[in-house]
Ligand binder design. Structure first.
Ligand code: HEM
Length: 178
């Protein structure tokens, strides 16, 4: 994963739990290079998993809940860095519907080497978007949090749920205007 995903994670942890917690989870996650990440660098996805697990143990919070919270937080940070990405989209469904063919294409230019998921649109109406999420990294809860952050950004609540499809690696998201 890109260094920005780590540095923003440390910012969130520091803001919510204090700097000592950042130290604690870096020590407990037993990372190489002592938790030093460069924004443009690329690091193994497993290191992010170790950090989230360490935070979960230190705060008695489940890993899915932490990934959701982090996704929500990161959406606001990313859109503040790249506000143009939201131009021309008037609601969160319209935004999320463009992640595969626009947002993440731009991300690849900004962050060479980014490891991104695939989203396949199953159906899209004014009220509901159904998307299949495919990724070896299985970060559907992080995606869920990014979508929640998007809903907050547009001040348009969403009902989001997902299910694991049988005989498939895909996770199907149902995202509806609330
Ligand atoms: C609601 C909208 C979005 C959704 C649902 C979404 C979903 C995801 C997911 C699930 C991942 C984790 C990687 C994986 O699953 O394989 C990811 C990674 C990432 N996304 Fe998005 N994303 C959204 C919007 C954005 C925006 C607005 C940006 C703006 C820059 C962005 C930049 C990134 C970056 C930098 C990564 C990390 C890639 C890496 O570290 O290699 N995403 N996204």
């Amino acid at each position: 994963m890109k260094g920005i995903v780590f540095s923003e994670f440390f910012e969130m942890v520091e803001g919510q739990f204090g700097f000592d917690m950042v130290d604690t989870i870096i020590a407990n996650a037993q990372l190489p290079h002592e938790g030093l990440y460069v924004a443009g660098g690329t690091y193994p996805h497993e290191e992010m998993v170790k950090l989230v697990v360490a935070l979960g143990q230190a705060t008695q919070t489940s890993v899915p809940d932490l990934l959701k919270a982090y996704g929500k937080y990161l959406f606001h940070r990313l859109i503040a860095l790249y506000p143009k990405l939201a131009e021309g989209k008037s609601n969160p469904l319209a935004f999320i519907a463009t992640v595969e063919d626009y947002i993440h294409i731009e991300v690849r230019k900004l962050y060479p080497g980014a490891e991104l998921p695939r989203f396949i649109t199953v159906s899209y109406s004014e009220k509901e978007l159904v998307l299949d999420y495919l990724s070896a990294r299985k970060m559907q809860d992080f995606g869920w949090g990014l979508m929640e952050g998007c809903a907050e950004y547009y001040k348009q609540p969403l009902n989001i749920r997902y299910e694991f499809l049988e005989n498939s690696d895909a996770v199907r998201f149902y995202i509806a205007l609330a």
